[in-house]
Ligand binder design. Structure first.
Ligand SMILES: [Fe+2]
Length: 358
């Protein structure tokens, strides 16, 4: 299968994976052939990329970090937990959070378990799902990246559970921020930006009142937007004052935010998201964490179309564990002409460069 941007979809293309709605229900079946009506529906549904089946890329596998069903189930559980908390005026009833703490802890353990079985880097584009409820999807994605980093850092089981819970709950305060401000398309006024920033303090207040949630988890919500150079918020604290967990969650948060589709802009690809982290490495983000992140996610996920500097175009077949920036590519076109497909290992052809992808 290959990844195709919704902008480049054509009538008759066949879906290689189902597409789900925000409740985890199948919206479009696997093997469905795309009609113009479906293509425009995908455009409207906020989808950026879809997996398409074709004969030249039939054998290319895209292995998600956790099984798709499990991810959808986890998103629903997070949605239920967060919604119950919100409905019950949870500023006054913080005990409600306690009843959900165990359930969220189970999600953390399941993700940790799945990641421990995997040797591959994470390659999935985080917005295959149609969703207008960004927070739930984002919570699970940030947890996956954070727990993958925790694994690389060889964190102990207890610490892993804590940071995982911190990652799931880091944006809890956003439930108290009006949706029209969160999803505003134009630029924000200072006042609106102030309201968005307050999600860190709101989340902290909520979580620290809970008897079942360790204070450190509340601090993850409080500090995940703080940056090493003091340019973050809410307090503008610096390197030594920021808890290591908040630094890790902060990196995962930025990566998922820029590689996800938002109402106000399209998603970036993983290598572009990583550029953003590199631009801030040492200033905003811990340089070692950024390096580690690069080894945790696939820069060019399997199935992605890439353009080479010698006029060749191909689809990523698999990753090179020793050089993630130079995957194996199945060449399909040369000088604007289709060719008999063949695989090219970019780690063995260093003179060839990737110049673009879509
Ligand atoms: Fe946040």
């Amino acid at each position: 299968m290959k990844i195709v941007s919704v902008k480049n979809l054509k009538e008759g293309m066949e879906l290689a994976k189902p597409i789900y709605d925000k409740y985890g229900r199948i919206l479009l079946q696997k093997h469905m052939k795309l009609s113009p009506a479906i293509i425009s529906r995908l455009n409207d549904g906020g989808i950026t990329y879809v997996y398409i089946r074709d004969k030249d890329t039939e054998d290319i596998a895209i292995i998600p970090p956790i099984p798709e069903e499990q991810r959808l189930e986890a998103i629903q559980k997070i949605r239920e937990s967060f919604d119950t908390m919100k409905k019950n005026d949870f500023m006054k009833n913080s005990y409600l959070i306690d009843s959900h703490a165990n359930e969220l802890g189970d999600i953390v353990n399941e993700i940790t378990n799945e990641l421990s079985k995997k040797k591959e880097v994470i390659h999935y584009l985080s917005d295959i799902l149609v969703t207008d409820d960004y927070v739930y999807n984002h919570s699970i994605n940030v947890s996956i990246y954070t727990l993958a980093l925790a694994k690389e850092l060889k964190m102990k089981a207890k610490e892993t559970e804590l940071i995982g819970l911190g990652a799931i709950l880091h944006d809890l305060g956003k439930l108290l921020v009006p949706k029209d401000i969160l999803n505003k398309k134009g630029s924000l006024t200072d006042e609106e930006f102030g309201i968005i920033k307050s999600h860190t303090e709101l989340g902290f207040d909520l979580l620290r009142k809970s008897h079942h949630i360790p204070l450190l988890v509340a601090h993850c919500a409080y500090q995940h937007h703080e940056r090493l150079d003091g340019s973050g918020y809410p307090r503008g604290i610096t390197e030594k004052e920021i808890h290591p967990f908040a630094k890790i969650i902060g990196v995962s948060d930025v990566f998922d935010a820029v590689t996800s589709n938002r109402v106000y802009r399209d998603a970036m690809l993983p290598h572009e998201g990583l550029e953003i982290l590199y631009a801030g490495a040492g200033k905003k983000f811990d340089k070692k964490l950024v390096e580690l992140f690069k080894r945790t996610v696939a820069l060019y996920p399997n199935g992605l179309t890439i353009y080479l500097n010698d006029q060749r175009v191909g689809v990523v077949v698999r990753q090179n564990p020793s050089a993630y920036e130079r995957p194996v590519v199945r060449i399909l076109r040369e000088n604007d002409r289709n060719v008999q497909p063949y695989d090219l290992d970019l780690s063995e052809t260093l003179e060839v460069m990737i110049i673009d992808s879509d």
